[in-house]
Ligand binder design. Sequence first.
Ligand SMILES: Nc1ncnc2c1ncn2[C@@H]1O[C@H](COP(=O)(O)OP(=O)(O)O)[C@@H](O)[C@H]1O
Ligand SMILES: [Mg+2]
Length: 360
Amino acid sequence: MSSRLETDHLYKVFGRRQDEAVERLRRGADREELRADGTTAAVIDASFTVDPGQIFVVMGLSGSGKSTLLRMLNGLLEPTAGRVLFDGEDLTALGDRELREVRARKISMVFQHFALFPHRSVLENAGYGLAVQGVPRAEREQRATEALRLCGLAGWEKSWPDELSGGMQQRVGLARALATDADLLLMDESFSALDPLIRRDMQDQLLTLQQTLKKTIVFITHDLNEAMRLGDRIAVMRDGRIVQNGTAEDILVRPADDYVASFIQDVDRSRVLTASAVMDTDVRGDEADCDCVTANPDTPFTELCAMSARLTHPVAVLDARRELVGVVPRRRLVGFLGDEHGEPTACGDPRDEGKVTARA
Ligand SMILES: Nc1ncnc2c1ncn2[C@@H]1O[C@H](COP(=O)(O)OP(=O)(O)O)[C@@H](O)[C@H]1O
Ligand SMILES: [Mg+2]
């Protein structure tokens, strides 16, 4: 069973007079004002919910407060104010011993540079979290073997860490987290140190694993494309605050402010958007009356383009009951690719619509 994670007006302040600093932040002060007093507001008023089985991505530039936020989620850092609720239990109210217990059994962390023990085998490394829990050797080896298999490392159990590539070592880190059966996976820039191709590979692997494991995952990254690929929801952090919390499409189509808008300029929209984000929902029922190819709300942008190229009229979008829920005229596709705020703009002559029969 998966778990639900919730934060409730979470603050973390480093430095002097922390409670006073929180009061000032509550009244709207920002990080810069506090910095003048030698106080760092690392996380300011973070409230969000991660549903069971979701990948929740926290994205932001270096220094925006991501790691501090993550460390409060597993109790490694005590919040200055606010609460962390895990399956309804307030982690911030637990004593040290109880907290260690929760951390050992329910929460796993995967860091950017996963420190493997050089003199222990891959199998022992993968089973390390279980050893900490006091799981007997035979069961430990069996569960670690299975976790390594899930991470594509079957056959490497007896190897030493230095016999593995960087990408494979990171997989051992992931296997260690999975072996413990923890519901909550906290991943801090876990793939950021990897080469682009291997990184992409790891993202795919995580998405594939997640289809069956359905963990509750908080994944931190400074890379928007990675966020868009992995996140069921994405929280964008700036200077300690979450400035937007939404789906990839929300963020692309309705950026909360200029900061988020500037962030998304370089994103390959065609890889993120689906029909539901680009369709015109102002439709009449009779427009679906044709035998040609149709889309559904989840049809990817690139497929829409391909469909559009083969049709002489807008692509119809039908829901699961085959009811018409929207249409996508070609100029809308062009508009979503071009304009930085994602608002549909009419590019080209609208009268061209319908005349295109073949495009590359
Ligand atoms: N232990 C600490 N003491 C003082 N300041 C800290 C501490 N940890 C983090 N910070 C500061 O808090 C801010 C957020 O840091 P961090 O959470 O590491 O950001 P990110 O992970 O997004 O790069 C930064 O300004 C950082 O310097
Ligand atoms: Mg960090």
